[in-house]
Ligand binder design. Structure first.
Ligand code: HEC
Ligand code: HEC
Length: 432
């Protein structure tokens, strides 16, 4: 497998800086990790480059047809590809390699970076788009090459939970491409059915800023987060090295479980150091005159019991509706004996199913903009709208998807405030 190399943005045709293509052709392959003395500052800087640039080496392509297509405005428009506000195409990277210029897929930074409407980038904030046709093609090819699976079988292998009676994922294995696409249209932009996740019960991409203050990883607390080592192991698992063994259930064949590549420790350490160092962007909402009143509503409504300052989470876990943990549960000290009643599917019917939902931090809700563990809620206004409980409710983000009923149940805190109090509460939350 080719080495870990510097990579460069892919611009939508016509949006690149002057002379960009020529400068790219002239670039030599460069190692992703630079030389130098390993000071703390060095790790943060190296990690920033890794986070912003690391690609999926298995997805690299030299195919002249695909490369010509991403450079053709006509082909990109025809494929429905849209540029980000800074002119780049999300999820793609150019990689100068010893074999020539490759097109590749962005790793961590592809999902964990948000481009604001003014073109500025926030490292660690969640991407809110939904990928594009070129990206889909590169990923499909990589899966075929590494695992020999067609898309439906791969999706089944990624999500199946054969130990659950009537596993809803079983039918994915034989789905026709059109049905598979329809299934994935139910996942809102900004959420993602990752390996081990599920298109029926997706999880939104979380904010990585402030992660050093959290005690658990993933919405369902699949992993503890005690130190950088935990973050490094998680990064290795999600990028290459999950054996997908669940007791007697083995989701890979012997040849598929071979590890094809793995991030070197230095890359993982740099990544974890940088992610730990991320700070939120300057908050433009601090001058809102309603903040003080909103803070009082927050106190009075008991939000702080769970969303406790200064992190606006008490770092505890709640029960998914229907789950009773055994008395000797290893995380018992952190489990609150209550449920907020949100959809239990992710926590009970997927491989991420711990039976638990962690209490999310409320810091950064002003730039994150996707709420509820599946990301189906677009704004705080929608989150605090009691209409979302109704049987015939369809979240704003899913109104063109053909879905006619998708209520977002549970977490009824703050739903019945009067308009002025609700606006004040939201102004307060946007100041965090
Ligand atoms: C294809 C999109 C995608 C890519 C690429 C990706 N992630 Fe994620 N990441 C997600 C999603 C979705 C979740 C939420 C999973 C869940 O809650 O079950 C997540 C969760 C996380 C979390 C847990 C955060 C928390 O507060 O719970 C960390 C840490 C993380 N990712 C780091 C990384 C790193 C490091 C990489 C690169 C090796 C990476 N991710 C690549 C989509 C992605
Ligand atoms: C009993 C604990 C508890 C209380 C009390 C509580 N919350 Fe939550 N809150 C949660 C949990 C758990 C979630 C995650 C639910 C999910 O996604 O399934 C959550 C999610 C949220 C979210 C969405 C965050 C995101 O990133 O998706 C917001 C906003 C929020 N709460 C605000 C509040 C406010 C404001 C109050 C008071 C009016 C409040 N909460 C009271 C436990 C609580």
């Amino acid at each position: 497998m080719a080495g870990w190399l510097r990579t460069y943005p892919v611009y939508f045709p016509g949006r690149e800086p002057r002379g960009y293509q020529e400068s790219l052709e002239a670039k030599r392959p460069k190692p992703l990790i630079p030389g130098g003395v390993r000071t703390t500052g060095w790790w943060v800087e190296a990690g920033k480059t890794v986070f912003r640039e690391i690609d999926v080496p298995a997805a690299r392509t030299y195919d002249p047809e695909i490369i010509a297509a991403v450079r053709s405005m006509e082909a990109m428009q025809k494929a429905g590809v849209k540029p980000e506000a800074d002119g780049t195409i999300a999820g793609l990277r150019w990689v100068p390699t010893p074999r020539g210029l490759a097109l590749s897929v962005h790793e961590c930074g592809g999902c964990h970076t948000r481009v604001l409407p003014d073109g500025s980038r926030i490292d660690g904030a969640p991407f809110q788009g939904s990928g594009n046709a070129v990206l889909g093609r590169l990923v499909t090819r990589a899966i075929e090459t590494l695992f020999g699976d067609d898309p439906a079988v791969w999706r089944w292998r990624s999500s199946a939970v054969p130990w659950i009676p009537n596993d809803p994922h079983e039918k994915i294995r034989t789905m026709q491409p059109a049905d598979l696409r329809a299934l994935f249209r139910r996942v809102v932009p900004g959420a993602f059915a990752r390996f081990n996740g599920s298109p029926f019960y997706p999880a939104k991409t979380p904010d990585l800023i402030g992660i050093r203050d959290r005690r658990y990883i993933d919405h369902t607390a699949t992993h503890r987060l005690r130190n950088q080592g935990d973050l490094m192991r998680y990064a290795a698992l999600v990028s290459c090295c999950d054996s997908a063994d669940f007791g007697p259930h083995r989701m890979f064949s012997d040849s598929q479980r071979r590890i094809h590549y793995r991030f070197p420790d230095e890359v993982l350490m740099a990544l974890a150091t940088y992610i730990d160092s991320l700070e939120p962007p300057p908050n433009p909402n601090l001058g809102d005159p309603r903040i003080a009143a909103g803070r009082r509503v927050f106190e009075r409504e008991g939000c702080r019991g769970c969303h406790t300052p200064p992190f606006y989470t008490n770092n505890k876990l709640t029960l998914a509706e229907g789950f009773r943990p055994p008395k000797d549960h290893p995380l018992a000290a952190d489990i609150m004996d209550l449920t907020v009643g949100t959809d239990p599917g992710l926590a009970l019917r997927t491989r991420k199913g711990t039976g638990l939902y962690k209490i999310p931090s409320l810091r950064g809700v002003w730039y994150r903009g996707r709420f509820h563990h599946d990301g189906s809620i677009a704004s705080l206004e929608e989150w605090f709208d009691p209409a979302r409980l109704r049987h015939d409710y369809v979240p704003e983000l899913l109104r063109n998807s053909g879905i006619t009923s998708r209520p977002v149940k549970g977490h009824e805190f703050g739903l019945n405030l009067d308009a002025a109090e609700k606006a004040a509460l939201i102004a307060f939350l946007k100041s965090l």
